[in-house]
Design a protein around this ligand. Structure first.
Ligand code: ADP
Length: 345
């Protein structure tokens, strides 16, 4: 099964919520749609599910045109943020319902419900009703219900948003183990770049209804196609500085200083002088994140973010003036006019 979106556009009033999206998602792909709130991710997923019809363009599943085909005929398993569980049924029956409809044997249903419940740590909740569950528990029941089906496509919309940080990381691994090798496309929507990077075989970055870039997590990180992707993928975001504000670094051939911005990952900046040039900057904030630290520093109008191992920066204090080394070999380059990437060979 493949999922194809061909020139898909959806308007709300006069505004394009989804703007000319073209994607082909193959079997065995764990495909993540990543973007900020309001970028059109949920609308796009609902168009695949058949809950919303596009105004323009075509949706195909397994080569078959789906426009006008109702959701239940598309055989998609959905987990949405507002996991709609049946309130009058127990957790067990919610998970088992689809298998009962398909008339699976009772013993087989029982085995599958218990297996998935154990994996998602909800095996002690099987007799409860949805109203007796926390948000995070209900979310896992919705996941379990989708996992026991044999759909043509899995669609997940922020399925871990109600979980606390520890459980989210644990469930992320469980989703990857379970859905990473089911042999049908998985489309997973999130605004969380770390979730996208750890889960996706490919990631599409969306902004304002448009797909900005599609690639493997590594491709997006190493070769962001514009400043939006550069700023959205990676934490903390890449430093992007107009070259006119920085002395000592030459623009790439064919460009004037005023036409380009230089991008450097926080982990690629040196504290103290290194290869390349350096600027003197005053430390304004030190954030300790376990074994790493993020240092914020300002040099005139330039704000810099640097990420280092904690022990490398243990002696630094707010107010210290330090040299920040910028190595042009680590630079990304962008056109100031439209933010697009400049390839430097
Ligand atoms: P995301 O999932 O990325 O947060 P959505 O797909 O929910 O984005 O929304 C995309 C845009 O469409 C937003 O500007 C949102 O306000 C708008 N939108 C979504 N649903 C509706 C609706 N039913 N009516 C009008 N506008 C909507």
């Amino acid at each position: 099964m493949t999922v194809e979106l061909i020139h898909v556009t959806k308007y709300y009033s006069n505004k394009k919520a989804v703007d000319d999206v073209n994607l082909t998602i193959g079997d065995n792909e764990f495909f993540v749609i990543l973007g900020p709130s309001g970028s059109g991710k949920t609308t796009l997923l609902r168009i695949v599910a058949g809950l919303i019809e596009p105004d323009e363009g075509e949706v195909r599943i397994g080569g078959r045109r789906m426009n006008g085909v109702p959701p239940f005929e598309r055989n998609v398993a959905m987990v949405f943020q507002n996991y709609a569980l049946y309130p009058h049924m127990t957790v067990y029956d919610n998970i088992a319902l689809n298998m009962k409809i398909r008339k699976l044997k009772k013993s087989e249903i029982d085995r599958r419900v218990k297996e998935v419940a154990a994996r998602l740590h909800i095996d002690d909740l099987l007799d409860r009703r949805p109203s007796q569950l926390s948000g995070g528990q209900a979310q896992r029941v919705a996941l379990a219900r989708a996992m026991v089906r044999n759909p043509s496509v899995y669609l997940l919309d922020e399925p871990l948003s109600n979980l606390d940080a520890k459980l989210r990381v644990e469930m992320r691994a469980e989703i990857k183990r379970f859905l990473g090798s089911v042999g049908v496309p998985v489309i997973y929507v999130t605004h969380d770049q770390s979730e996208a990077m750890t889960l996706g075989t490919r990631v599409a970055v969306m902004n304002a209804g448009r797909i900005i870039q599609v690639g493997s997590p590594l491709e997006l990180y190493e070769r962001p196609s514009n400043v939006f992707v550069a700023g959205f993928v990676g934490n903390p975001p890449m430093n992007v500085i107009p070259l006119s504000a920085l002395n000592g670094v030459a623009p790439p051939p064919g460009y004037e200083r005023g036409e380009v911005a230089i991008g450097i990952r926080p982990t690629d900046l040196a504290i103290g002088s290194g290869p390349g040039t350096s600027v003197r900057a005053t430390i304004s904030l030190i954030e300790v994140l376990g074994d790493e630290a993020v240092i914020h520093a300002s040099a005139g109008s330039i704000q810099l973010t640097i990420k280092k191992e904690l022990r490398e920066v243990a002696g630094l204090r707010v107010g210290d003036v330090v040299a920040i080394g910028i190595d042009p070999a680590k630079a990304h380059w962008f056109r100031s006019s439209d933010g697009t990437r400049i390839e430097v060979t």
